[in-house]
Design a protein around this ligand. Structure first.
Ligand SMILES: [Zn+2]
Length: 326
């Protein structure tokens, strides 16, 4: 009862702001998101028209993240909560649903981007366990669709600023398209488009650009593979003949380093799936910066030419003002 009374007071306060200096800020939509790539995509569409706050700290394992009590308070103030879905951040989604104030909503971007028939299941996300691979944002056209959903939801919730959301989306979408064309061009220069990664974050990327994910060392239980599995991976890397294998900056892997040494290939341990490069406010601290970093790293480590990718520039708005917990 106390919570709903507080929510009513908040609503009454928001209604009472009226017009005048400062009212615009007070009336801004309060938007909460989860992992940082989503926060960046949402912030790109929101611009300075809405307050955007991510909940999952960068560098945390988003797959096992349990939201702290402070997250409940942020969620209780939100007008809209954007989550990825596909079971990536269920504890946060459940907490949101339990704490939403009247009229607020939770929007699952993944579920509004692809159908269950398009879900991919693989090494770390086997179908038997019922959790699809949730990393849709590593595929640029899917990231664009995320932004389109965000545009529609924000414009519906805040029609006075619909024109701004639409313009921000158009600018973001143009950048995504440029990145997509550049990655297609760069992909074509890679002799063997085969990925062995630690964290299995590139399934939808691989499907889109015609790459093959030959394995992911991190098994579905998020434990280390068995010696037999390691031996099989070493054999596979030798057979495929790739010059490099990839680890994640968030999940250091001795096993992958060992596979690299024994197969005689380079172990590149800097890929990221939801930890943006740089610090908040820096130019590369964005979804685009993340994708460019990963794509350039993959292409160059596998002997391709990443020139096209390096020339992709962010939309002119610059770094966003969203809150990214560290
Ligand atoms: Zn991940």
């Amino acid at each position: 009862m106390a919570a709903s009374a507080a929510a009513l007071a908040l609503v009454a306060g928001a209604c009472g702001t009226g017009a005048g200096a400062g009212a615009d800020d007070l009336a801004k939509l309060n938007v909460v998101t989860t992992v940082s790539p989503l926060t960046s995509i949402v912030a790109g569409v929101a611009g300075d028209l809405a307050e955007v706050r991510g909940l999952i700290p960068e560098g945390a394992d988003s797959h096992t993240f349990e939201p702290p009590p402070s997250a409940a308070r942020a969620l209780a103030r939100a007008d809209v909560v954007f989550v990825n879905g596909l079971k990536l951040e269920d504890p946060t989604k459940d907490l949101a649903k339990g704490n939403l104030r009247k009229g607020a909503e939770v929007v699952e971007l993944g579920g509004r981007t692809i159908t269950p028939q398009q879900y991919l299941y693989d090494f770390s996300f086997p179908r038997a366990e019922g959790k699809p691979n949730p990393h849709l944002w590593t595929n640029p056209p899917y990231a664009r669709q995320y932004a389109r959903v965000v545009r529609d939801v924000l414009a519906r919730r805040d029609p006075a600023h619909a024109g701004g959301y639409i313009a921000n989306y158009e600018a973001f979408g143009a950048t995504v398209d440029e990145l997509d064309r550049a990655m297609a061009a760069a992909s074509a220069t890679v002799p063997r488009r085969q990925l062995l990664t630690y964290h299995d974050a590139y399934a939808y990327f691989a499907e889109h650009y015609g790459w093959t994910v030959i394995g992911a060392v991190q098994v579905s239980s998020f434990e280390e593979p068995t010696p037999r599995e390691v031996a099989a991976l070493i054999r596979q890397v030798r057979e495929v003949g790739v010059p490099a294998i990839f680890g994640s900056e968030v999940f250091p892997s001795k096993v992958l380093a060992q596979i690299g040494t024994e197969a005689g290939v380079r172990y590149v341990d800097t890929l990221r799936d939801d930890d943006l490069p740089g610090r908040p406010g820096e130019p590369d601290h964005s979804w685009l910066g993340l994708m460019k970093f990963d794509f350039v790293t993959m292409v160059e480590s596998l002997g391709g030419d990443a020139t096209a990718l390096k020339s992709v520039r962010a939309a002119p708005a610059g770094p966003d003002q969203a809150v990214y917990p560290q």
